[in-house]
Design a protein around this ligand. Structure first.
Ligand code: SF4
Ligand code: SF4
Length: 383
């Protein structure tokens, strides 16, 4: 990385998207939630003015889209003000929501404030199992109403469905449901095993047969719904032979801001013990993006050790996911064990088979009272 005379790192490109995790509060308690185990309290959250300022800084840095997420972003009473701030900064706004706190009137107010798009999560097509997964009674029924209101308001709707062993056998029904809700896009994502999902891995890990059947179902549906509903598919890491190009590169196009203002190269980055992240309360966003140690630690390929360092695939996948490498090996700089060239890969395959073959243990729901448990104590890896 070259430094120019004005002190700017010349080959760092501006980010395109920002994930604003407005709060960790959420009425649901999904066992695969990607939020950290140590959930932030309401009293620690950035204020309305602080969020609007961060969004303004993001726009000045080059960001085009802000994804408003959490936790549940509608738990913040000032959401319309924050959306209006993003609109006045010229950003495209996407609300990522579980939906259960919305009313038709509140949604209309968000649209007036400038909301452009809604991503609504569903837990299953079966209402009973959906409510069990989110541990929230009648949540599924509420989401069906919210989907109607979004389309009524004229906004594009994306349905997000996280899939795992306990809903994967209904994937066809989930796809049919998304189509019946007039979604323009469906994102089907296998659970990523960080944070709460790592705690619940034995309850959530699909079998190899389920994964194969799911992939065939998605491919057939992508053909069937072509031109009507786009279907994106995030494949399960533990059954892969090569890792994903995670976040399109650490510190490359994206950053997340946590409820208390920490700026992260990936929403799961706080799961890596020993890394510290700067706060927008301490530094300007532009400085953090360019100079923060946490952002530069895994930028590009210079940080790699073998087998990645001399691998011909290193520019394509950038060594995979750093959070996953840490979760499974205790070393965030290790080759992602989903790679068949990783010395940990065979152990990972065995671990997935063990988890998938276990009787489904009870969910350990996402709750505030377990915040004292560090993620390191949950690392259940392949070392
Ligand atoms: S995954 Fe579930 S618990 Fe986590 S923020 Fe989303 S709706 Fe809430
Ligand atoms: S060794 Fe590293 S660079 Fe090569 S395919 Fe595996 S993860 Fe990618």
């Amino acid at each position: 990385m070259a430094e120019t005379s004005d002190g700017v790192m010349s080959d760092i490109q501006p980010p395109l998207a920002m994930l604003a995790e407005l709060t960790h509060r959420c009425p649901l308690q999904c066992p695969y939630c990607s939020n950290p185990i140590a959930l932030s309290r309401r009293t620690d959250e950035l204020t309305t003015d602080e969020w609007i300022d961060v969004i303004r800084q993001a726009a000045a840095l080059g960001v085009l889209q802000v994804h408003l997420s959490g936790g549940e972003p509608t738990a913040r009473k000032d959401l319309a003000e924050i959306i209006a701030g993003a609109r006045s900064s010229g950003l495209y706004t996407n609300l990522i929501t579980a939906g259960v706190l919305l009313t038709r009137e509140r949604l209309a107010a968000l649209v007036i404030a400038g909301l452009d798009h809604v991503q609504l999560s569903i837990q299953d097509s079966d209402p009973v199992n959906a409510d069990r997964i989110g541990n929230y009674r009648s949540g599924h029924a509420r989401k069906m109403l919210v989907a109607d209101w979004v389309r009524e308001a004229g906004l594009p709707l994306t349905i997000n469905a996280v899939v795992h062993r306990q809903n994967l056998d209904r994937l066809k029904e989930i796809i049919t449901l998304a189509s019946s809700l007039d979604a323009h896009r469906l994102e089907i994502a296998h659970v990523q095993y960080h944070g709460w999902a790592l705690k619940n891995r034995a309850a959530l890990m699909p079998t190899h047969d389920q994964v194969q059947a799911a992939t065939a179902t998605v491919e057939a549906a992508q053909d069937r719904y072509r031109g009507k509903m786009a279907i994106d598919y995030v494949v399960p890491d533990y059954y892969a032979r090569r890792p994903k190009r995670c976040m399109d590169g650490w510190g490359s196009q994206f950053f997340a801001v946590s409820p208390r203002g920490h700026v992260l190269p990936c929403h799961a980055a706080e799961s890596i013990d020993g890394m510290t992240f700067s706060s927008v309360r301490e530094h300007p966003l532009d400085w953090i993006w360019r100079y923060d140690d946490a952002f530069n630690r895994f930028r590009g390929i210079d940080w790699m050790s073998e087998p990645c360092r001399s691998c011909p695939h290193r520019y394509r996948d950038l060594g995979g996911c750093r959070c996953q490498a840490f979760a499974l090996t205790g070393d965030a700089a290790a080759t992602d064990p989903t790679c068949e060239f990783s010395p940990h890969h065979e152990a990972l395959v065995a671990l997935a088979a063990d988890d998938a073959g276990s009787g489904a243990p009870r969910y350990r729901y996402r709750r505030y009272e377990q915040t004292a448990v560090s993620e390191r104590s949950m690392v259940s890896g392949v070392r």
